[in-house]
Design a protein around this ligand. Sequence first.
Ligand code: NA7
Length: 557
Amino acid sequence: MSALQSVSGKSHAAGAETYDVVVVGAGFAGMYMLHKLRGLGLSARVYEQGGDVGGTWYWNRYPGARCDVESMQYSYSFSDELQEEWDWSERYAPQPEILKYANHVADRFKLRPDIQLNTRVDRAAFDEGSNCWSVTTSDGKTVTAKYVVLATGCLSNARMPDIKGLAGFRGKVYHTGHWPHEPVDFKGQRVAVIGTGSSAIQSVPVIAEQASHLTVFQRTANFSIPARNAALTVEERNAFRANYPEIRRFAREVARNGIYTEMPDRGALDDGDNERRSKYESRWTRGGLTFMMAYNNLALDKAANDTAANFVREKIAEIVKDPQTAKLLQPNNHPIGSKRICVDTDYFATFNRPNVTLVDIKSNPIEEILPNAVRAGGKDYAVDALVLATGFDAMTGSVAKIDIRGRNGQTLNQKWAEGPKTYLGLMSAGFPNLFIITGPGSPSVLSNMIVSIEQHVDWITDCIAYMRDRHLDTMEAKREAEDNWVAHVNEVAQGTLYPQANSWYMGANIPGKPQIFMPYIGGVGVYRQICNDVAAKDYEGFAMSVPERTQKLAASS
Ligand code: NA7
């Protein structure tokens, strides 16, 4: 344990372990945070509720789980050695390989001794007497820390749907976000998948190969682009590595979503029909999320967006043989990209298999789950196993599970009752020395998460170093700066097509959750510049205090 005394000049309740920083979560954010804190010579404790590191990649083990950002870009950039030594096997790494990478990072940087696994943080309370946080964990211990960093992830609170009869189902029930560690074999079974978001779109083709029959219950059809996944050759990896400095710079500073790709130079309506079609065709052939980068106004202009949406709808109709099924699979209630676009391997073609049925639960909602069937639209679909691909309480769900109390005992949940309020997505007024990595109000889920994680961790590290060097005691967002930022985040979102979809970006998938567009849509480059400018202006918009004893000394001199 190192420098709490030097940071705070305070002593703490006898017997309580003290750290400079408590980090909640040992996913990619928590691990890098720990590494950087060690670099400052600070003591840190990371609490992780899972049985190992990896965060979302520890939990999401469903069949077909992969990242939708290419592996060479969905990887840390902070260590050249790490970049050089780790060989990704495929264009889109499968979940086990990403988890192996997370474990490699934990070992390589010797992070494990400061990570306590199988331990949830239940409570964090700010003590206004000592200006420290008191953190209570699921093993019944309480420790104190000068700073708390929430590295809890945006998609880690799996959501069980509230469907009548679910508890009485006799077969096995799986949630994609909470998949068992033992192998699951659906061979010979009748399986139901409920939900058609990214997790379903990745798992349906794999489950269909095993199950005797697969019934997919779809409430909302989603746009999906072929991944075109393939093994990465040595030459491809080396070409990437040779260009890494530029690729990483571009992802951080230029690309809105933190992904290196060619940038569009015009809007979709600036091209004639043939030219436009050939651009979409080439992006479709190449595959992946960057389909949406074909033009620069697809997220802004409905008429432009329609051209891309129509192109994908036509592709679905070409792939799916049964016209009625094809029609059901064609998304028709939101602009393309306004829900996170999916990336698939043979999703639409899977519905050509004789053992796969699509059930439209928009017009015929699920009425109840019986012990051995799903009842929808008055019809019973007999099933042996249920797969719930019903998503997450995204962005705020994991934070909300912790009882966080700031100044005057106010809880974060009370403060965020009408929607999350942060300054830069990094801090919330009234909660001093509490940082959030990729929190609501930052680009987070609209970006390559690792780019955003590294930017936040670097910024927080610099900020803590700044405070230490100046012997400052607390830092917190000023209300006015926070209000202005919340208004800005909202204003930028309203200028786009995103709010037109009932998405988890809006909190729309959770009954009763306030519907506010949560991530910052201005782009990672713009956002990075804003954060850097704030820091350069001595953390403009944040209030910083000196310790009481320094105040007294100043007053007496
Ligand atoms: P998503 O994208 O939130 O998808 C959840 C799906 O489950 C979606 O199709 C929902 O339909 C459906 N859903 C949710 N609740 C129900 C109930 N009660 N009944 C029927 N259908 C339901 O989660 P994913 O796990 O697929 O993906 C999350 C992110 O992880 C993804 O964007 C990637 O970034 C990685 P709805 O659309 O609400 O009508």
